[in-house]
Design a protein around this ligand. Sequence first.
Ligand SMILES: Nc1ncnc2c1ncn2[C@@H]1O[C@H](COP(=O)(O)OP(=O)(O)OP(=O)(O)O)[C@@H](O)[C@H]1O
Length: 260
Amino acid sequence: MSLEVEGLSVVLDGRRVVDDVSFGVADGARVGLIGESGSGKSLTALAVLGLLPDGAEVEGSIRWNGRELIGLPDRELAALRGEQIGIVFQEPQTALNPLRTVGRQVAEPLRIHGRAGRREALARAQADADRVRLPEGALRRYPHQLSGGQRQRVAIAMALAARPRLLIADEPTTALDVTIQAEILALLGELVENDGMSLLFITHDLAVLSQVASEAVVLEHGRVVEAGTVADLLTAPQSEVTRGLLRDATATVWRPEGDA
Ligand SMILES: Nc1ncnc2c1ncn2[C@@H]1O[C@H](COP(=O)(O)OP(=O)(O)OP(=O)(O)O)[C@@H](O)[C@H]1O
């Protein structure tokens, strides 16, 4: 299933915060949306999910598997979210209920989408916890009893519980220490690969992007300033924005060898 965004604009409080953005995420592709803070990355993702703030005006087209999402009733969009399109946000806390055990929360998406009864959902939750390599006993704990990296693993398990075809990850590792960040990125890459999912990955960090995406769209002030393979962005950046991102990239940027 593919996502096609064409001429997307979002106007908020009279400001055009996303301006004529077009890109696609083909079946199985891993695409990054990259840009400085405030460039419109999150709002682009929220538009795809039908989760824009009240009062936002949207123009253009967002097609999921050929079906136009703009203007779709919220009930239908809600059915797509989680079921076909999974979401992981920067701060796992926002996705987790502090008063419920992790096990119940991981089991919940399956129950909401009517795929499983309580007992079966809990068994599946254990399988999902193993898949994201949560430690033994994590399902019986409450979110505050886990580390930040473990909480993000829980959020990933929840996002993937219904086996969506597209995962949208909005800065999923930004709040984590560098070593944990690398582990979570590796895990995401592995899960996306194993499930044959597509990935739309949002980040301001070209080094992070290079670890998970093969193509990317660079945004500045809500507009696309450059798009291409990540290898090209790293080795032959065309825009000043991309050159700036390359200078700011954390850690060691993966650089392709030769023409790879
Ligand atoms: N609810 C809102 N109401 C009004 N303006 C908003 C709202 N949310 C975001 N904006 C503005 O829209 C612009 C784009 O925001 P967006 O969150 O998409 O940027 P971003 O690239 O994801 O940045 P960040 O990395 O900081 O999240 C910013 O100027 C922001 O201030």
